[in-house]
Design a protein around this ligand. Structure first.
Ligand code: NSS
Length: 423
């Protein structure tokens, strides 16, 4: 109720919104009114001509109300509105969401639950994440580009591809990542980024997997691996800083511990895959060298750190074929995941790409992939190839961590998971 809070005491204001709570005492009806900006108490006296209309109003009814701004220490926010006019715009049917509703039920009625103060706060933080990400890339001289969602070849391995019915064609899928298209675009624009959904037919039912997630991806010509990590930590620090600056109230409502976020400043920690493996083995995880980390491993690992940590130098087999092998140690790649602290785990995957055509062809073969599927991607190494790097950031995961949520479905208004595509 920002408009309301700016009004001088004693002035008359008009508000529009929804009934958040209503209770009648002998002489008064107390309505907590909700709009996009917050809540405010409205008081209707029994002497007013619209008393019975106000008395009959139901939760989530939409109303117009005029009134005088008064101080009242008992009201939320310390102010209230003494109604001078009251109009019901639409009387709501009994609202299905009541205290103690189960998590599953709240997901069934997600189209209504997004009105809750908690979801309202998360969505405002999410907006700030998206807004500041665009701002960051613009300031850095990146161009925003768009890639297709219908594609014909896997970026991140065939197991998590969604095949679609594309007229009478076989082998058409929803994209897992816009990376290859961004790689093509750097030869024209050098530094590009995109924000788009990516799709993964993930069988894993974890707290951090969606089948449709929002992916911010960037690709830069000439960038070395070192420059890539510096860009990533700068981006994440910028976003966290903007949220802290502009969305304090929302973080407070979410009971987020902000001291942990205030710590998010470059440089982030950097540990090698081998070091990570060592830490994990001390914690009782029996991983063989070469295996990728899952949610449990990343959770254990990041509980050790008070700010984000890069794990770099993943073994060749643990990462997709396009990653460049480290010339100094060919069994590992110039790749890095950025893990969010407090147990959250991976929010970014990125690395330096293979720029040499022979190296790429060899890797495609080694990974048992069909060369013909990647012809246009290979072409990029035929015509003026350059060293280049890039990354993909999961915006739902980033929002989840910044808000301190315990499940990714609460970081996006209408989540898509293995079991849920409604509403
Ligand atoms: O698979 S990634 O690690 N990497 C890529 O897709 C690269 N092709 C990106 C690039 O370099 N342009 O995914 C990147 C990030 C990952 O760190 C997560 O934060 C997020 O995308 N991600 C997901 N978020 C939510 N749900 C699912 N299923 C998911 N998969 C990845």
């Amino acid at each position: 109720m920002e408009v309301f809070e700016k009004q001088p005491l004693g002035s008359e204001v008009a508000l529009r919104g929804w009934v958040y709570r209503v209770r009648t005492q002998k002489e008064h009806v107390f309505i907590i009114l909700r709009d996009a900006t917050g809540i405010i108490q409205v008081v209707v006296d029994s002497s007013s001509p619209f008393f019975s209309e106000a008395e009959n109003v139901t939760i989530e009814s939409s109303i117009h109300v005029k009134g005088i701004v008064k101080k009242d220490p008992r009201a939320p926010g310390g102010l209230e509105l003494r109604a001078t006019d009251f109009k019901t715009i639409s009387l709501a049917e009994p609202f299905p969401i009541t205290k103690g509703a189960s998590r599953e039920f709240l997901l069934d009625v997600r189209h209504l639950w997004i009105r809750s103060r908690r979801m309202n706060a998360v969505l405002k933080v999410r907006d700030e994440v998206f807004r500041s990400l665009h701002e960051f890339f613009r300031k850095k001289g990146f161009l925003e580009v768009q890639a297709p969602m219908f594609i014909t070849a896997a970026v991140e391995g065939g197991a998590s591809l969604f095949e679609v019915d594309y007229f009478d064609r076989k082998g058409v899928y929803l994209t897992q990542s816009s990376q290859f298209y961004l790689e093509a675009l750097i030869f024209s624009l050098e530094k590009v980024y995109t924000v788009a959904p990516s799709f993964r037919a993930e069988k894993s039912r974890t707290r951090r997997h969606l089948t449709e997630f929002w992916h911010a991806e960037a690709e830069m010509a000439w960038y070395t691996f070192k420059e890539l990590l510096e860009l990533e930590e700068e981006l994440i620090s910028y976003i966290v800083d903007q949220v802290l600056e502009n969305k304090r109230k929302e973080l407070e409502l979410l009971k987020r511990n902000v001291t942990l976020l205030e710590n998010v400043k470059p440089p982030f920690y950097r540990i090698s895959y081998d070091e990570a493996l060592e830490i994990l083995s001390k914690k009782g995880f029996q991983l063989k060298w070469g295996e990728d980390f899952g949610a449990d491993e990343e959770r254990a690992l990041t509980l050790e750190f008070d700010k984000p940590v890069f794990v770099y130098g993943y073994p060749e087999k643990a990462k997709a074929f396009y990653h460049k092998n480290d010339p100094k140690r060919p069994e590992v790649t110039l790749s890095a995941d950025l893990l969010a602290p407090e147990g959250y785990g991976e929010i970014i995957g990125g690395g330096e790409r293979i720029e040499n055509i022979h190296e790429l062809l060899e890797k495609i073969k080694k990974f048992g992939l069909e060369q013909s599927q990647y012809e246009w991607y290979i072409d990029l190494r035929r015509y003026g190839s350059v060293p280049h790097s890039g990354f993909g950031l999961g915006l739902d995961r980033l929002t989840m961590w910044i808000c301190g949520l315990d499940h990714i479905v609460d970081a996006i208004p209408f989540p898509r998971t293995i079991r849920r595509i409604y509403p």
